[in-house]
Design a protein around this ligand. Structure first.
Ligand SMILES: Cc1cc2nc3c(=O)[nH]c(=O)nc-3n(C[C@H](O)[C@H](O)[C@H](O)COP(=O)(O)OP(=O)(O)OC[C@H]3O[C@@H](n4cnc5c(N)ncnc54)[C@H](O)[C@@H]3O)c2cc1C
Length: 418
């Protein structure tokens, strides 16, 4: 262990979207901030597909050249297909590496230091308070870094969280495998979401174009709900799903990605003395379709601001830092809760249920589908869907709508804690 001890105000573990946004936000508030990333490059290896929303990219001030707009969304089940057209586009596929490196540039501009190939190993705890970490750096030296606040943004591994009594390692999770193909015949404004036992049991498959002839084709399977291996379905989809085999003619993969996404809803607490958990480390992504990039950025921004405020107030106690939990739950608690309840239900759907679900979806407007997929659950949305389709109450959709209404009507904090 090196004798050197580096002192900061805020330590950020992980240079993914949560950590980079946290680092920028903390540094902007004047906190001496360092982001520690174990990999050699920001945005490598890629373990995400990059599906997101244009309104959020704008709200997060992401330049338009870093996301690719989508006009048509196809949902496919064993015997049905539904298509929705959007003009102007509302969904997008981000340039993952470009976006993350843009966020890194923003963090550096705000004053944060970035340390690449720095792997956080141990967490330092004194008098029950997290006071820093030890790190192995790019030349194999072991360093000690101390700060009043550490933000664990290490993603699925929750490296600091699991070592500091902030919950167990995730038990329910999505495992995704993906090709990134050069696919010259694939229409670049069409996304596919594919459900059913032939291609994605207990999960779904996707085709996400991202511009310049490139398309991400992936399969996600939820474990332990299913023991199937997502990797085995990739070639089958290209070969056997008629809608895609046609579009992927002449295509070939040039990257292969895998990744893990927590599918348990948020962890119980995101703060303790000297520590905050942000992004996937806190379970802050939506389990509806396994979407976490924009949420990681929002969560990181919130965590970074609270951390800097705690440093200014000279108070990194659990009581002070718990304002992060409150802010996050007030903004996202209800949405995450509904997404999780819906995901648990649809993860066990068989082919016939997916066919029925697509039959119901056919009756919804493109705007309603987008609002639902975006996670903007409101009683108004549910009631407007039912007003247009009173027949839904007599069908299998009733249980799902009842469940959504019940969770929406719970107070946000109670929902998040309950
Ligand atoms: C297959 C798949 C497809 C997905 N598709 C989408 C999608 O289409 N749209 C979407 O919005 N979301 C998607 N997600 C989810 C999304 O990728 C995550 O929610 C998001 O990456 C979370 O960001 P994060 O910053 O919390 O964690 P991460 O992106 O995982 O970043 C964590 C960082 O911490 C670093 N790190 C870990 N441990 C240490 C350590 N000990 N020391 C130093 N550094 C460390 C890692 O190297 C990494 O860079 C997908 C996930 C998977 C698995």
């Amino acid at each position: 262990m090196s004798d050197t001890i580096d002192q900061y105000d805020v330590l950020v573990v992980g240079g993914g979207p949560a950590g980079l946004a946290a680092g920028e936000a903390a540094a902007r508030q004047g906190a001496r901030t360092v982001i520690l990333e174990r990999q050699n490059e920001i945005g490598y290896p890629i373990h995400t597909s990059g599906g997101s929303w244009i309104s959020d990219m704008r709200a997060l001030e992401i330049p338009a050249h870093l996301y690719h707009p989508i006009n048509t969304v196809f949902f496919v089940s064993a015997h049905r297909e539904v298509a929705y057209h959007y003009d102007p586009a509302v969904a997008c596929v981000v340039d993952v590496r470009g976006l993350y490196q843009h966020l890194a540039g923003r963090a550096i501009t705000a004053g944060a230091a970035m340390r690449m190939r720095h792997t956080v190993e141990q967490t330092l705890i004194e008098d029950g308070r997290v006071v820093g970490v030890t790190v192995k750096n790019h030349v194999g030296e072991r360093l000690t870094l101390r700060a009043p606040v550490t933000i664990d943004a290490s993603g699925f591994s929750r490296h600091v969280g699991v070592r500091t009594e902030m919950g167990q390692a995730y038990h329910r999770y999505g495992y995704g495998a993906e090709y990134d193909l050069y696919a010259p015949n694939y229409p670049q404004d069409e996304v596919f979401l594919i459900m059913g036992s032939s291609y994605a049991p207990s999960g779904y498959a996707w085709a996400f174009p991202r511009g310049n002839g490139r398309v991400r084709l992936g399969v996600g399977v939820i474990h332990p709900d299913s023991e199937d291996d997502a990797r085995r379905f990739l070639d089958t989809i290209i070969r056997d799903l008629p809608q895609l085999s046609e579009r992927f003619q002449g295509a070939s993969p040039i990257e292969y990605h895998t990744g893990l996404f927590p599918a348990e809803g948020p962890v119980e607490r995101f703060s303790r003395d000297g520590l905050l958990l942000a992004g996937d480390a806190g379970g802050h992504g939506s389990t509806l379709v396994g979407e976490g990039i924009r949420y990681a950025m929002y969560s990181g921004q919130m965590a970074g601001r609270v951390a800097a405020a705690a440093v200014k107030a000279n108070n990194a106690s659990a009581a002070y830092l718990s304002r992060f939990d409150k802010q996050w739950r007030a903004r996202f608690g209800r949405e995450m809760d509904v997404s999780y309840q819906v995901n648990k239900r649809i993860a066990s759907y068989g082919d016939a249920q997916w066919d029925d679900a697509l039959g119901l979806m056919k009756r919804l407007t493109p705007a309603q589908v987008a609002q639902f997929m975006h996670g903007d659950y409101s009683a108004k949305l549910v009631l407007s869907i039912l007003a247009r389709n009173p027949g839904l109450l007599a069908t299998g959709g009733k249980k799902l709508f009842d469940l959504i209404l019940e969770r929406i009507n719970k107070p946000a904090l109670q929902t998040a804690e309950g």
